[in-house]
Design a binder for this molecule. Structure first.
Ligand SMILES: C=C/C=C(\O)C(=O)O
Length: 290
């Protein structure tokens, strides 16, 4: 349960929203407020999600693998929201200059065909509700300066999510063991990261069940049609202008993400909004949000 006063919560949410819009990262929230709890941080996250105009199209689990926990110095998973305006395309280069410190991750995506239960969700429920697995790359970013995040910083910052791209192939859960998918990320011809799907909590299905139970505590549900990213199976890799990434998943196909060959660096603030958030307005009736 959050103990933050509403005005304080909104003030912090505004700072993160502005940081994302202006590509001007802010100092860690937990520097000023070491007592900031995960519950406080999820309220901040939800406040910003509610006032974004884009629809919620899914959720992500973050920090569910040892590789990512060690990289970020955080030792427990969290979650964030995926919005329609975060969707990237294999055919259209992303602009690295829109982000503060962009990085890419390889993930086995889940496409839900049915709603998931909340508090009591089991792995069996997840498998029954999953229409297909798909190859994906998540683009993560931090609106906290130099990625100096603690758990509450990244939670408040929408679990450091910034975008995602899903490849074309779809594999029904009965056709593939979700624990044994080998994943490789290439930048051009070089392998820059490699891992296996069971790096996330031993099984990505476990990560999705964890997610369903955890979001339920905040009044959120995972719905039919949603995309779920269960966490990166290897370390995240910096994305730079001109980079061409290809992620290959055994039995699941591949997905590409390229970055336009333009300049730009964190904090230059070119003015256009990357967030789709209205400056002041709320969107409290956004479907599926408490
Ligand atoms: C800080 C972000 C972490 C993730 O997205 C992940 O572990 O998948």
């Amino acid at each position: 349960m959050s103990v933050l006063a509403v005005t304080e919560l909104r003030g912090i949410a505004d700072r993160l929203r502005d940081a994302e819009r202006d590509r001007a990262p802010v100092p860690p929230l937990t520097l000023e407020r070491p007592w900031l709890s995960a519950a406080d941080a999820y309220e901040i996250q939800l406040h910003n999600i509610r006032r974004r105009t884009a629809a919620v199209v899914g959720h992500k689990v973050g920090l569910s693998s040892k590789a990512m926990q060690e990289m970020m110095g955080v030792d427990e998973p969290d979650y964030g929201h995926l919005l329609a305006d975060m969707r990237l395309s294999e055919d259209e280069p992303a602009d690295a200059a829109r982000y503060c410190y962009p990085r890419v991750e390889i993930e086995v995506a889940f496409l839900l065909g049915d709603d998931l239960p909340g508090e009591d969700c089991t792995e069996a429920d997840v498998l029954a509700a999953t229409e297909a697995f798909a190859p994906s790359i998540e683009l993560i970013d931090s609106r906290i300066v130099d990625w100096r995040i603690r758990l509450a910083d990244t939670i408040a910052d929408n679990a450091s999510s910034a975008g995602f791209v899903v490849g074309a192939s779809r594999v029904p859960p009965n056709d593939l063991d979700p624990r044994g998918i080998a994943a490789v990320l290439r930048r051009g011809a070089d392998v820059v990261a490699a891992g296996r799907s069971d790096a996330v909590l031993g099984n990505p299905v476990t990560a999705v069940a964890w997610l369903a139970r955890t979001v339920a505590r905040f009044g959120v549900r995972l719905r039919a049609g949603h995309l779920i990213l269960p966490g990166a199976c290897a370390r995240a890799v910096d994305a730079r202008p001109g980079d061409e990434f290809r992620a290959e998943f055994s039995g699941l196909g591949e997905v590409r993400l390229t970055f336009a060959d333009s300049g730009g660096r964190a904090g230059t603030g070119a003015g256009s909004s990357a967030t789709g958030q209205s400056a002041t307005g709320g969107n409290s009736e956004k479907e599926g949000l408490p």
